[in-house]
Design a binder for this molecule. Structure first.
Ligand code: SF4
Ligand code: SF4
Length: 201
């Protein structure tokens, strides 16, 4: 069996990797050892949305190994990832790739890198607002507000009758007991973010 030392030696032999501040930052934020990756591609092979990504998880990890910050942060992959953790579960080097994706996305937002996917930031904002308001996702409300604010007024409207009639979409928002606690979590996260901004300025 390949040891961590062997894997590193192999990676270095295939492509000598210089020290990279970007790689160190991502490793620190995600708690993952990026150089452990030996590029087997199991992450990309299992990713349910890799067909729509420009790089795919394996290539994003490779970009980090090589210190290619712009390529990684401007990739559509970091926005299309929905943290299903399939890649993390499959990785033979036990790299939690989903956490790496999250760290990349946070870094892209804090450094003002424009997302590669049009309207995806809007979708994320509306998604979180929906969770904050109802405690769980109200798909119909989310789809409606996304169509409205993105100005794709009629996008997917034809699917609506079939989905509602098959009970795949609820007309009314979900009712959960702990909405106040969910709102408190969002308020706490907001305070933390403000403190981080003050700390940086
Ligand atoms: S599954 Fe793990 S080792 Fe294989 S390419 Fe992906 S991150 Fe690298
Ligand atoms: S966590 Fe993200 S990158 Fe990994 S398999 Fe799921 S969607 Fe793909």
């Amino acid at each position: 069996m390949l040891t961590a030392k062997d894997a590193l030696a192999f990676t270095a032999a295939v492509s000598p990797i210089a020290k990279s501040e970007f790689r160190s930052d991502i490793e620190r934020q995600s708690g993952q050892k990026i150089l452990q990756c030996y590029q087997c591609g199991k992450c990309t092979a299992g990713c349910p949305v890799s067909y729509s990504m420009d790089l795919g998880p394996r290539r994003v990890i490779r970009a980090i190994q090589l210190g290619l910050k712009d390529e990684a942060l401007s990739s559509s992959t970091i926005w299309l990832c929905f943290f299903c953790y399939t890649c993390s579960a499959r990785c033979p080097r036990e790299i939690d790739i989903a956490r790496v994706m999250e760290s990349l996305r946070l870094m892209a937002v804090s450094e003002g890198v424009k997302p590669a996917e049009k309207d995806i930031e809007l979708f994320h904002r509306l998604f979180l607002d929906n969770v904050r308001r109802w405690g769980r996702i109200h798909e119909l409300g989310l789809a409606g507000s996304y169509n409205l604010f993105s100005r794709h007024f009629l996008a997917n409207v034809g699917l609506l009758p079939g989905m509602v009639s098959r009970s795949k979409l609820a007309i009314l928002p979900p009712r959960i007991r702990a909405t106040a606690q969910v709102k408190a979590i969002f308020a706490k996260a907001g305070q933390r973010k403000s403190k981080q901004r003050v700390g940086k300025s």
